[in-house]
Ligand binder design. Structure first.
Ligand code: PEP
Length: 254
């Protein structure tokens, strides 16, 4: 860990109604009210955002969406813009999650527009990258990360890279229980930091880079102890308030 502030983000995916989100906060907030070293973020379905924002005012929880469209407005049925999210007080957004790349045809070119659109609306992008198992086995991990990082960040205005959080999420570790070893995670994240340094050397040491993929309370501390791993993006284990509080405690201790 470095002097970059730890970042613990729960990605609920398509789980929890607004009412269930309120119940979650009611159970979580008393458990994370002490030390507040780590930033705590919950990435929720659109329909639970207002419940979370209202229920977490005055707490250390920052509320994030899981996707947005790159345009300000237009004929894009079913989509939501950055301005619509910022008006609600949404403060971050997951962009480029592998499930969106895989099932919803999210492209590097779209991400190159989404990141600057989020930044322009004052929303912090949590930009996800990561290779599939087949790509890793074919020795293509670095090529995939190079393409995703350079193309995805291509539209970010000079000087704004430190406002982005990057999440390295090897696709083979997401929701599978197969966590990357600490060495694999550190190596890939250090490589991503080098790629960012190639774009802006001064920004690279400031950008927070998270690991995601089957992070649980019992493996978080070791992952967070690595010099380049600045936090975690957590799916399954973020759905339970007790587990998520334990992950926040690991972030506070990092
Ligand atoms: C994720 O949803 O980004 C994720 C990493 O999921 P899980 O922690 O369940 O592997």
């Amino acid at each position: 860990m470095s002097d970059r502030r730890p970042y613990i983000a729960g990605n609920w995916k398509m789980h929890k109604t607004g009412r269930e989100a309120e119940d979650f906060l009611w159970a979580l907030l008393p458990q994370i009210s002490g030390e507040d070293h780590a930033e705590v973020v919950i990435c929720a379905p659109f329909t639970a955002l207002v419940n979370l924002i209202d229920g977490s005012r005055g707490s250390r929880v920052k509320v994030a969406a899981q996707n947005m469209h790159q345009a300000e407005a237009g004929a894009f049925t079913g989509e939501v813009s950055a301005g619509m999210l910022s008006e609600l007080d949404v403060r971050a957004v997951v962009l480029g999650h592998s499930e969106r790349r895989q099932y919803f045809n999210e492209t590097d070119a779209a991400l190159a527009e989404k990141l600057p659109a989020a930044l322009a609306a004052g929303i912090e992008p949590i930009f996800c990258v990561g290779e599939t198992e087949a790509e890793r086995e074919a020795g293509q991990m670095q090529d995939v990360l190079r393409r995703q990082v350079t193309e995805g960040l291509a539209g970010v205005p000079a000087g704004q890279l430190p406002a982005i959080v990057v999440a390295y999420e090897p696709v083979w570790a997401i929701g599978t229980g197969k966590v990357a070893t600490t060495e694999q995670a550190q190596e890939a994240i250090a490589f991503i930091r080098e790629l960012i340094a190639g774009i802006d050397a001064a920004a690279a040491p400031q950008v927070r880079i998270l690991y995601g993929g089957s992070v649980k309370p019992d493996n978080a501390a070791e992952l967070l102890s690595q010099p380049d791993i600045d936090g975690a993006l957590i799916g399954g284990a973020s759905l339970d308030p007790g587990d998520f509080a334990a992950l926040v405690a690991a972030g506070d201790a990092a």
